[in-house]
Ligand binder design. Structure first.
Ligand code: GLA
Length: 402
C-alpha cells in the first residue's frame, strides 16, 4: 500500500473507532471504581497541598494497596474565567502549580487523577464555568493534564437534554484517545441507568448523600426534592440492579464513612451495603485525621472483595420484616455475600434462611463473617445473628456442595 493510502485508511479507522465505540468499550472500570474525593470532607475549601497530602495518606494508610486508585478533585479547583483561548484554568491561588503538575505528582505515587466539571453553563456551588459548548476543548485539556477520571455534574443545565450532553462529553473523551472514566452526576433526574451505560462508566442514581441516617424524608417526593439520608438513598437502589455490570455502575454517591453524622455502626453498615450494591467505593472523609477504627472499615479487604467481585452482579434486598432487612449479592464462585441490616433503635436478632438466597435445594452451607474475619463453619438451613441498632452483620455463605 502507498503511504498516502495507509494514512487515509488509518484516518478512516480512527474516525470509525471514535464514532462507533462507546466509553463502555475503553476497558476501564471493569469493577466499580475506588478512590477518594475531596467534596464530602472539604467542599470548596481545597488546594493543591491538601490534595497532595490526601494522596500521600492514601498510600501510607494502606488504601492504595487495598485498591483505592482515584484521587478526585471535586468542585472548587477552577478559576472564575476561562483563558482568552477558551481553555479552563485552575484557580491560581489554590492550585498555583497547575493541574498538570498535580496529576504528575499523583501519578508518581502510583495513583490516578480525577477531576470535576459540569455539563451546564456553570459548576455547582462555585459558579465556575461549566463545560457546555466546550466539551471537546475541555476533554482535550483534561487529557493533556493526564486526567484519568472526569466527573460531570448537572447544575445550571436548564433546557439541556441529559443524554445528549453526556453523550457529547463521552465522544469528546473518546476522541482524545486517553482512557478516562466518565462519571455522570445528574442525580437520577433523567433515569441515567437507562442510557448512561452506553456512554459512561458510572452514573449517580440520586441526589447528594448528606451523611445523615434518613434526612430529607419529608421533602424527597416534592418537586426538586431528593432523598438525602443514606438509608433513603439505599432504598432508591433496589430496582436498579439489572443495569449494572462490568464497565457500567449505578452510583449511589460517595461514602460518608467516617464523617460527622455517621456513628461507627452506621459507617460500617454503609460500607457493607455499598459493597452489596457493587457501588463505586469513593471515600469522602478527612484522611489526615482518620482514626484507626475508620481506617479499619475502609481497609476491610474481605468487604472490598465483595464490592470488586469480577462478575459484577449488583445485589439487592431479598427480605424485609419491619426494620430488619437482608441484602444479598451473588458472587463469581457461587457463594453469596449477605448483609443483615437492622434499621431499628435497639439490637435485634435477624435470621437468614438459605431459601432467602434462592437456594431451594441447599441444606448445608458454610458461613464466614466478613467483619469478625472468622469462619463459623457449616450450618443447616439458616444463620441467626444479633445485629446492633443501625448496624450490620456481613457474611459470605457458600453451599456445602461447592
Ligand atoms: C453536586 C454534586 C456533588 C458535588 C457538588 C459540588 O451537588 O452532586 O457530588 O460534586 O455538586 O459542588
Amino acid at each position: 500500500m502507498k503511504p498516502a493510502r495507509i494514512l487515509a485508511t488509518a484516518m478512516i479507522v480512527t474516525v470509525l473507532w471514535a464514532t462507533c465505540t462507546s466509553a463502555l468499550d475503553n476497558g476501564l472500570a471493569q469493577t466499580p471504581p475506588m478512590g477518594w474525593n475531596s467534596w464530602n470532607a472539604y467542599e470548596l475549601k481545597i488546594n493543591e497541598e491538601l490534595i497532595r497530602s490526601a494522596a500521600d495518606f492514601m498510600v501510607s494508610s494502606g488504601m492504595k494497596d487495598a485498591g483505592y486508585q482515584y484521587v478526585i478533585v471535586d468542585a472548587g479547583w477552577k478559576s472564575e474565567n476561562r483563558a482568552a483561548n477558551g481553555r479552563l484554568v485552575a484557580d491560581a491561588k489554590k492550585f498555583p502549580s497547575g493541574m498538570k503538575a498535580l496529576a504528575d505528582s499523583i501519578h508518581a505515587k502510583g495513583l490516578k487523577f480525577g477531576i470535576y466539571t459540569d455539563a451546564g453553563t456553570g459548576d455547582c456551588d462555585s459558579g465556575a464555568p461549566g463545560s457546555k459548548g466546550y466539551e471537546s476543548q475541555d476533554a482535550a485539556t483534561f487529557a493533556a493534564w493526564g486526567v484519568d477520571l472526569v466527573k460531570v455534574d448537572w447544575c445550571n443545565s436548564e433546557g439541556l437534554n441529559a443524554k445528549e450532553v453526556y453523550t457529547r462529553m463521552s465522544r469528546a473523551i473518546l476522541a482524545t484517545r486517553r482512557p478516562m472514566v466518565l462519571s455522570v452526576c445528574e442525580w437520577g433526574d433523567n433515569q441515567p441507568w437507562l442510557w448512561a451505560g452506553e456512554i459512561a462508566h458510572m452514573w449517580r442514581t440520586t441526589g447528594d448523600d448528606k451523611g445523615c441516617w434518613d434526612c430529607g424524608r419529608e421533602t424527597m417526593n416534592k418537586p426538586g426534592g431528593y432523598p438525602r439520608g443514606w438509608t433513603l438513598i439505599l432504598d432508591a437502589q433496589s430496582a436498579l440492579q439489572g443495569y449494572a455490570g462490568p464497565g457500567r455502575w449505578n452510583d449511589p454517591d460517595m461514602l460518608q464513612v467516617g464523617n460527622a453524622g455517621m456513628n461507627l455502626e452506621e459507617s460500617r453498615a454503609q460500607f457493607s451495603l455499598w459493597s452489596i450494591l457493587a457501588a463505586p467505593l469513593i471515600a469522602g472523609n478527612d484522611l489526615h485525621t482518620m482514626p484507626p477504627e475508620i481506617a479499619g472499615i475502609l481497609l476491610n479487604k474481605e468487604v472490598i472483595a465483595v464490592d470488586q467481585d469480577p462478575k459484577g452482579i449488583q445485589g439487592n434486598r431479598v427480605k424485609k420484616e419491619g426494620e430488619r432487612e437482608i441484602w444479598a449479592r451473588p458472587l463469581r464462585d457461587g457463594s453469596q455475600a449477605v448483609v443483615l441490616f437492622n434499621r431499628g433503635e435497639y439490637s435485634s436478632e435477624i435470621t437468614l434462611q438459605w431459601r432467602d438466597l434462592n437456594w431451594k435445594d441447599t441444606k448445608v452451607a458454610t458461613v464466614r463473617d466478613l467483619w469478625a474475619h472468622q469462619d463459623w463453619g457449616a450450618m443447616r438451613d439458616a444463620y441467626t445473628a444479633n445485629v446492633p441498632s443501625h448496624g450490620v452483620k456481613m457474611i459470605r455463605v457458600t453451599p456445602a456442595h461447592l
